[in-house]
Design a protein around this ligand. Structure first.
Ligand SMILES: [Ca+2]
Ligand SMILES: [Ca+2]
Length: 228
């Protein structure tokens, strides 16, 4: 039942979002979670640009969560799971028609990155799922980053950098970004955390490279013809 409600919400949001070039820098809005309010004691709040409620924490030893500032800090805030066993927030990006040809030729490379962590020795964790959708909102392919274990954090409250690279699937017309928080480590709070989420794409090869390659190929062809 939870899954159905989430899917309908994502579609409704996608229809409202206006199209934008996928080649315009980081397309995840409020991926640093600096916009909006800080939650009190792990309560769920609205996170601007994201669907769904979750908790927003602030760095510093004096705050209730005791997540310290670190190399993962982009500003003063981060997101976490709050008082939920399993929680998600999501946003959708609609791709401008001007990018379709590049994507459908398999020439749109992406990089997705972020910082993910948890609290102390607990295994609560967070991850980002990137779903590439066609015009019918069917998932063509997905990329997942996160899932940092307590051992990978040396049982210290912190976050680690995770990234993935790939080619945007042929036929992709929109992208859904979903952050999932899982309280498998127990306790009251879902301590999975995420911060500084970035998704960017570039055309490969670059247009000038393609022109140079085409020019080189025709030159070789002419030389071969001349030898005959
Ligand atoms: Ca931040
Ligand atoms: Ca916990």
């Amino acid at each position: 039942m939870k899954k159905i409600t989430f899917a309908l919400g994502a579609i409704a949001f996608a229809s409202l979002a206006s199209a934008q070039s996928i080649f315009s820098g980081n397309v995840i809005k409020n991926g640093s979670f600096e916009a909006g309010v800080t939650a009190v004691n792990g309560g769920s709040v609205v996170v601007p640009d994201w669907n769904g409620l979750t908790t927003v924490g602030e760095y510093g030893p004096a705050t209730w969560w005791e997540v310290p500032f670190g190399v993962w800090s982009d500003g003063n805030k981060f997101v976490g799971g709050g008082n939920n066993d399993l929680n998600t927030i999501n946003q959708s990006f609609v791709i401008d028609a001007a990018d379709f040809a590049t994507i459908d030729a398999g020439n749109a490379a992406f990089n997705v990155s972020g910082w993910f962590g948890g609290w102390s020795s607990q295994e609560d964790f967070a991850f980002l799922t990137v779903d590439f959708l066609n015009a019918d909102n069917s998932v063509l392919s997905s990329s997942v980053i996160g899932n940092v274990t307590a051992a990978e954090r040396n049982n210290v409250t912190s976050m680690q950098f995770r990234e993935a690279n790939g080619i945007i699937a042929n036929g992709t017309r929109s992208i859904n970004f979903t952050v999932t928080f899982d309280r498998i480590g127990g306790g009251t709070y879902n301590d999975g955390t995420a911060e500084n989420l970035v998704f960017s794409a570039e055309a490969v090869p670059e247009p000038m490279t393609m022109i140079a390659l085409a020019a080189g190929a025709s030159l070789i062809a002419r030389r071969r013809r001349n030898k005959k």
